[in-house]
Design a protein. Structure first.
Length: 309
């Protein structure tokens, strides 16, 4: 019984202290400095360290909380910015592709208008690459009933190659640089004739010219030089394929003259950039032969074999 009473007295005493101390601190804090008494000074002196510690803890907790909230907001903002950036990148890429496709289609339409042969436009839908990331074969969206094997394939830059195989709605194009490719060519500057074959190199686009007679000396007018333009001659090639005359094939990039040979060793870089092809033109038939009477004065024939006086 006595123990219970003592316990209650202690509880009441602690409750009174917990109520009295804050009241004294609040009373001393609200008073003006001139109104502070001895008790107020004592209360402030005792409570000052406690208030500083509590204020420090509150500031730290507030700083951590504000930092967390700020970082959360920044992370959300960064996430939105990254999503917006990715969307803009996709739109820019799509617009770039559309612009490139439009330019290719415009070039194709102009080339088709300038080509005096039956042609059909085609879009490049796939490419095969070498280990050195060079294009070795193209696939176009024209197939059975539209194109046939052996038909020449060109662009506004020059000769691409010829149709290799046709299946379904697609066809594969044999490139000018393939070793199976053969083209009868003519050197524009000298008029020299020869046969061009693909080198088949996996690390570069290159062709070589066979059976082109060398000049009397490297400085002769008929000697081939680096930069000379090579065109199709219109004759049948060694594989019995005929390409229309006058199509740009490429430019001479290397010339080697050996003392023991009467022919030059010539390397040609194709005029077409195969890695950038998006559209091509397939020649369905050869252009009509030129009119032999073009540019000449024409006189009307007499009717019934007589000419009036």
């Amino acid at each position: 019984m006595a123990q219970t009473l003592r316990r209650r007295l202690i509880d009441w005493g602690l409750a009174a202290v917990f109520l009295l101390v804050p009241a004294l601190v609040l009373r001393a804090s609200l008073r003006r400095p001139s109104e502070l008494g001895a008790v107020d000074h004592a209360v402030l002196r005792v409570s000052a360290p406690l208030q500083s510690g509590v204020a420090w803890v509150v500031r730290r907790v507030a700083s951590v909380w504000n930092g967390y909230v700020a970082l959360t907001d920044v992370e959300d903002e960064n996430r939105e910015l990254r999503a917006e950036n990715e969307r803009l990148r996709r739109e820019l890429s799509a617009m770039t592709r559309r612009a490139f496709d439009l330019e290719s289609l415009e070039e194709l339409a102009l080339l088709r208008k300038q080509t005096p042969a039956d042609t059909i436009g085609a879009r490049v839908v796939a490419t095969a690459l070498s280990p050195a990331f060079r294009v070795v074969r193209l696939r176009i969206d024209r197939g059975d009933g539209e194109v046939e094997a052996g038909m020449p394939v060109i662009t506004s830059q020059g000769l691409v190659g010829k149709i290799l195989t046709v299946y379904g709605r697609h066809a594969d194009v044999l490139l000018l640089t393939d070793t199976r490719m053969s083209v009868a060519i003519m050197v524009k500057r000298t008029g020299g004739l020869g046969q061009l074959h693909g080198v088949g190199a996996s690390d570069r686009y290159a062709c070589k010219i066979d059976w082109l007679e060398r000049g009397s000396s490297p400085d002769a007018a008929d000697a081939l030089k680096v930069g000379d333009e090579i065109y199709t001659s219109g004759s049948k090639s060694s594989d019995d394929t005929a390409f229309p005359a006058g199509i740009l094939v490429g430019r001479v990039s290397k010339v080697s003259n050996k003392d023991y040979s009467m022919f030059q060793e010539i390397e040609v870089t194709p005029a077409v950039s195969f890695s950038r092809l998006r559209t091509v033109l397939v020649l369905l038939s050869s252009p009509p032969p030129p009119d032999p009477t073009a540019g000449k004065d024409k006189r009307s024939e007499p009717a019934f074999g007589t000419r009036p006086m």
